[in-house]
Design a protein. Structure first.
Length: 164
C-alpha cells in the first residue's frame, strides 16, 4: 500500500520503521515482521516496490533532504524498531526510546551512539579533505544473516519487556 505522509495514521501497535531509500534488507524486515505479526512502515523520498504483505506500507515524503528522517522521528514511539544506516537519525530515534539497528545488524544504543557519531564525523572530515576516497565495504551475505539475527533478538527482547 502506498500512502503519502499527510495520509499516514499509526494504529498504536509496535512498528518497525525502515529508512528505506538505500536499505538492502527490506525483504528481511518483512520476513521477521510477518513471523511476529508486526507492522512495517517503509519511509522513502520516492516511490519504490515493497512486498505485498499485510501490515506493510510505504510512506513517500516530499520536501527537504531530511524529510524521511523527520517523519520517522515524529512517528516512532518507545520500543518501536528503526532500521537505518543513518547515524544522526539513529541518535534522534534512540532519544525517542526506539530500538535502532543498522542494515549490517549493528545495534545502536545510548551507550554507543556517541562514539558512532564521532567516528562518522571524523570519517566525513577525512573524506572532505581527500584522505579517504572509498565508501563503506560492500554489503555481504553475512551482514544479511547478522541483521536477521539481531532484529529477531530485538523483537524478542521487546516482547519479553512488554509481556513478562
Amino acid at each position: 500500500m502506498r500512502i503519502s505522509a499527510k495520509q499516514y495514521r499509526g494504529d498504536g501497535l509496535l512498528d518497525i520503521y525502515v529508512d528505506s531509500d538505500a536499505c538492502p534488507v527490506k525483504l528481511e524486515v518483512c520476513k521477521v515482521a510477518k513471523r511476529y505479526q508486526m507492522n512495517v512502515t517503509f519511509v522513502s523520498n520516492s516511490r519504490m516496490r515493497i512486498p505485498d504483505q499485510e501490515g506493510v506500507k510505504l510512506v513517500v515524503v516530499e520536501g527537504q533532504l531530511d524529510a524521511a528522517d523527520d517523519f520517522i522521528v515524529e512517528n516512532v514511539t518507545k520500543d518501536d524498531i528503526v532500521v537505518t544506516a543513518d547515524i544522526p537519525l539513529a541518535y534522534r530515534c534512540i532519544k525517542s526510546g526506539a530500538q535502532v539497528i543498522g542494515p549490517t545488524g549493528r545495534l545502536f544504543s545510548i551507550d554507543n551512539i556517541g562514539e558512532s557519531l564521532a567516528t562518522r564525523n571524523l570519517l566525513s572530515e577525512l573524506r572532505e579533505a581527500g584522505n579517504i576516497t572509498g565508501g563503506p565495504p560492500p554489503f555481504q551475505k553475512r551482514d544479511r544473516s547478522r541483521f536477521l539475527q539481531s532484529l529477531d533478538q530485538i523483537v524478542q527482547s521487546i516482547k519479553r519487556s512488554l509481556y513478562p
